[in-house]
Each structure stands twice: as structure tokens, then as C-alpha cells.
Design a protein around this ligand. Structure first.
Ligand code: F6R
Length: 365
């Protein structure tokens, strides 16, 4: 049932092109996103929203941080993201004109369910983005947007993260379009590129051997620092979480610009720094953070676009991914980080599919 793969996690990483493709399927027609057939929220409701809150735990929270930036870019809504265990106890202003999106692979996470009860009590419109139709979350929300990832067995979430970001981009595009804030002159460029993403994910997967080689060089490091800016900051967080969960190596992720406010003190030749550096509008800034880390003799592992010679000369190692539009880089940049974590854990002889102390779904507070 592992389809010839040694672990479910690796099988699921390799399914991600397909997950993205199935999550897009049937949701784009005539060159435009259309979710009207499956969401019950009508145009009037979508236009009446003032704010959107994205609430989740763990990897689903990192998918939400990516979506936060996309909602900010394409819509005029006030966007807020929170961890469910915080949201449920704080005094956020949740109003009937707030759309609260609960992102949960399982749809059974206790804190996310409690946060949903709170939002519902405040009269907010609740939408579940989940992989499990019929889950508690799906049943309690006003609306459901499904990821089409298929069951995920590995405890560390990989393909469901891909499904979540795919679904959340579609949602942001759809709401933005209905509200008239979507950059319509870029619609065909954005949609065409989104449809190419599954192939680009598959191209990254074909380079697994290069990532495995790099993983063997660093498998016995004790600490890692992950950096990224803008939309790549949540990718850095997710890459570090994967490494922590399955290899038990201490990995911290920081917004690259925050490095000089403290974590730079950690850097020395024994702390590899993983930098997510796609060529986007913050690229130059990220390169200067690479210089700062290099000056302290940290080994630099960068994730960047094919053909980026500057990055190749500045970093010690580059994991290349096919270039894409700045909005979509997380779809490709997260994949080498998942594979890197997997191969590091494998070299260390860890129990990859069932890491210690972790449960697939956290149904207690
Ligand atoms: C990370 C991981 C966890 C889950 C978190 C939320 O690899 O699996 O951090 O992402 O427990 O779970 P769901 O999405 O089911 O609410």
C-alpha cells in the first residue's frame, strides 16, 4: 500500500503534483475560478464581508500564513491569521460580517473546533477548508471547501499542505473576483500559471537525488536556522517544522529581516542556514541576509529558481526549483524542504511515519 515507497511520507510527497491537480479540477472554467457550484455563500454574502480570519494549528496554520498574504494581495478585506489555541481565548473582534476560515486537514483538531464554536457564537460566517468530508469541522461550518488530497497516513503533513494552499488560493481568487478587487488584467497570466504548477511540482520531485545527497552532508547537524521573507517566511516555518517533527533536530525559522534582532547570535559554522530565496520583489533583501549569515561562516543552503547564478555564487548549496510567478512560489519552494527533512530523518534512522510524541490528529486540548 506504500506503492513501492519505503515510507508513506515519501509516497505522499510524491503525490503532490496530483493533489494540486485534483484540487484545481472542476474549479476553473472559462479561464476563471468558479466555486459557485460547491460553496453555498452567495455573491451578496461575499460582498458583505469586511474581514477574513484564517484559523488553524501546525502545518495548517503555516498554509494559512501563505493564504494571508494572498488575501491581502487580491482582496480588500482586513485579513488576520491566528493559531486556534490562541484565537479561542482572546478577544478578537469577530462580527457577523467576518468570514472565518478554519483550515484543518483532519477536521477533528480540538482547538480548531473550539475556535469554530466561538466564531459561530459571534455570528461569523464559518468556512471549513478540510480534507475530510463529513468531519466534525465540516459538519459544524456554514460552508466547506475540500482539498482533494486523499487520505494522508504519514503523521507529518505534506500533501495536505499542498491541497490546503491550492484550495486557499482558489478561495482568495474567487472572493476577490466577486468583490471586484482581483487584478483582472492579470487573470489569464495567473490562471495559466496556476495550471502549470502541478507540472512544476513534479519537476522538483524528479530532483530528489540531489536533495538526498545534500541531506547526507547535513544529517548530523544539531541546529538549523530557516529564513524567508514575505510569502517565503511561512515556507521557512513549514520546512523547519518538518525537520523538527521527523528528525528531532532543533530547527528555528525566522522572517529573514528579523535575524539581526536576535537569532543572528546563534549563527556559527556549525549551524546550517536554509534560506528560501525565490526571485521575487524581496529577493535582494534576502540575498543581503545570506551575506550576513555567510560573514559568520554559516553553511548556506538556498532554495531558489533555476538559472539563478547570483544565488548559486552566494550560497554554498542551492536546491533549484522551476521559476514561477511571485504569488505561487510556495508551491514549488516547499517541496525540496519536505524532501530534505525526509532524507535527513532517514539518514538518522528515525521513525518517519510515526514520529515520537506526535498524533495524526490532536483531538484533545
Ligand atoms: C504537522 C502536523 C500538525 C498538524 C496540526 C493540525 O506535520 O501534522 O502540525 O498540521 O496538528 O492538524 P489538522 O490540519 O488536522 O487540524
Amino acid at each position: 500500500e506504500r506503492g513501492g515507497y519505503p515510507h508513506f511520507m515519501l509516497k505522499e510527497i510524491h503525490e503532490q503534483g496530483g493533489v494540486c491537480r485534483s484540487t484545481l479540477k472542476g474549479r476553473i472554467s472559462g479561464g476563471s475560478v468558479d466555486l459557485s457550484g460547491e460553496l453555498s455563500m452567495d455573491e451578496h454574502t461575499m460582498i458583505s464581508f469586511r474581514a477574513v480570519h484564517l484559523i488553524a494549528c501546525g502545518t495548517s496554520y503555516y498554509a494559512s500564513l501563505i493564504a494571508e498574504r494572498i488575501f491581502e494581495r487580491w482582496t480588500d478585506l482586513d485579513v488576520k491569521v491566528d493559531i486556534a489555541s490562541e484565537y479561542r481565548y482572546r478577544d478578537s473582534k469577530i462580527t457577523p460580517d467576518t468570514l472565518v476560515v478554519f483550515v484543518s486537514q483532519s477536521g477533528e483538531t480540538a482547538d480548531t473546533l473550539a475556535a469554530q464554536r466561538k466564531a459561530r457564537a459571534c455570528g461569523a460566517y464559518c468556512l471549513a477548508v478540510t480534507n475530510v468530508q463529513g468531519s466534525t469541522l465540516a459538519r459544524c461550518c456554514d460552508d466547506v471547501l475540500l482539498l482533494k488530497a486523499g487520505p494522508e497516513i504519514g503523521v507529518a503533513a505534506t500533501k495536505t499542505f499542498m491541497g490546503q494552499i491550492t484550495a486557499l488560493y482558489l478561495l482568495a481568487m474567487y472572493i476577490a473576483k466577486v468583490r471586484g478587487t482581483f487584478p483582472i488584467e492579470r487573470e489569464s497570466e495567473l490562471i495559466d500559471e496556476l495550471l502549470q504548477i502541478p507540472y512544476k511540482i513534479e519537476t522538483v520531485l524528479e530532483r530528489e537525488h540531489l536533495i538526498e545527497e545534500l541531506a547526507s552532508k547535513f544529517a548530523f547537524s544539531q541546529n538549523f536556522l530557516y529564513l524567508g521573507r514575505g510569502i517565503s517566511f511561512p515556507v521557512a516555518l513549514e520546512g523547519a517544522l518538518k525537520l523538527k517533527e521527523i528528525s528531532y533536530i532543533h530547527a528555528e525559522a525566522y522572517a529573514a529581516g528579523e535575524m539581526k534582532h536576535g537569532p543572528i547570535a546563534l549563527i556559527d559554522p556549525n549551524v546550517p542556514v536554509v534560506v528560501v530565496a525565490p526571485k521575487d520583489s524581496l529577493y535582494e533583501k534576502t540575498l543581503s541576509n545570506i551575506q550576513e549569515a555567510k560573514a559568520r561562516h554559516a553553511p548556506i543552503i538556498a532554495v531558489g529558481f533555476d538559472g539563478d547564478e547570483r544565488l548559486a555564487s552566494d550560497a554554498d548549496h542551492v536546491l533549484c526549483v522551476p521559476p514561477t510567478l511571485e504569488e505561487f512560489s510556495p508551491f514549488v519552494t516547499v517541496v525540496p524542504l519536505q524532501l530534505f527533512a525526509y532524507h535527513v530523518a532517514k539518514k538518522r534512522g528515525c521513525e518517519i511515519d510515526k514520529p515520537r510524541n506526535l498524533a495524526k490528529s490532536v483531538t484533545v486540548e
